[in-house]
Design a protein around this ligand. Structure first.
Ligand SMILES: C[S@@+](CC[C@H](N)C(=O)[O-])C[C@H]1O[C@@H](n2cnc3c(N)ncnc32)[C@H](O)[C@@H]1O
Length: 267
């Protein structure tokens, strides 16, 4: 893969880090790190690392002697990860075709990335290949949309006011809500001791508007759905009413999110 990154891609990566990471993804890293049982000195691979929040938190857990590598195909994500932590190893590449030698990592992590893979089974086989015997895997996937009602509310507004394609773009992250889908992929690839643990974590956006705007301006454009300012204003007016129930007295939007943390090991 070449290393060029456009201004638009970089802006998307920085936007993801600013809008989504502190509010939604950052709070989950402690669950994935604990599930992976990361040790001092572990060699860790974070697949679909995005802007690198999980890899950075894993680095704090491994001490001086370990090594953490983050991998993602999106140029703007990797460029932002590099910008935030230039001393870490960031690799542009796809989960389905890892450039690493066999048995190179003690821990393989993947937080909220698997539902976007073109070939999840191929990716899981690659995870198994690059893992050293005795290694451990931790994968987080969102629970189904009915178990993430704040997003169900936004999807209703998108379906109604923008169209089904916009609703579908926001359904995709919740498409592996049946944990058995993930455990089956792991089982087919040779992993053992497979277990799924369903957990809840609070999301905390500066406001309900900020939450919906992050989706409208940061997520939908990735699916070539670009709303004009008038359409954005209409969606925000409607979602203000629906999402008022999540507002705290100081105006933040706080709500529970649910995900499966699936673990497995390689004998
Ligand atoms: C919702 S983000 C999660 C990022 C990060 N793990 C986090 O928790 O903030 C999903 C990531 O999956 C990445 N992704 C999509 N397809 C991929 C693939 N085939 N291989 C690896 N990563 C992929 C995207 O580029 C994106 O950065």
């Amino acid at each position: 893969m070449n290393d060029t990154v456009s201004e638009a891609e970089l802006a998307a990566g920085r936007g993801y880090e600013r809008l989504f990471v502190p509010a939604l993804f950052g709070p989950w890293t402690k669950h994935v790190i604990a599930a992976a049982d990361i040790q001092k000195g572990s060699r860790v691979l974070d697949i679909a690392c995005g802007t690198g929040i999980l890899a950075r938190d894993a680095r704090s857990a491994i001490g001086e002697t370990g090594r953490v590598t983050g991998l993602d195909p999106a140029p703007g994500m990797i460029a932002t990860a590099q910008e935030i932590a230039p001393d870490m190893e960031w690799v542009r590449g796809s989960a389905e075709d890892l450039e690493f030698e066999d048995a190179t990592f003690d821990r393989v992590l993947c937080q909220f990335g698997m539902m976007f893979f073109q070939h999840p089974q191929k990716a899981v086989k690659e995870m198994y290949r690059v893992m050293a015997p005795g290694g451990r895997l931790a994968v987080a996937v969102w629970n189904s949309i009915v178990n993430n009602p704040a997003y169900e509310d936004i999807i209703d507004v998108l379906d109604e006011q923008v169209g089904i394609a916009a609703g579908d773009a926001l359904r995709l992250p919740f498409s592996m809500g049946d944990a058995s889908e993930v455990t089956k992929l792991l089982d087919n690839s040779g992993f053992s001791d497979i277990a799924a643990d369903t957990r809840t974590e609070q999301a905390n956006f500066p406001s309900a508007r900020a939450m919906v705007e992050a989706e409208l301006r940061g997520w939908l454009p990735l699916f070539d759905i670009n709303l004009d300012e008038e359409e954005i204003a209409e969606v925000l007016t409607r979602s203000d009413i629906l999402l008022a129930k999540y507002a705290t007295p100081s105006g933040e939007a706080v709500f529970p999110t649910s995900a499966h943390v699936v673990t497995a090991s390689k004998r």
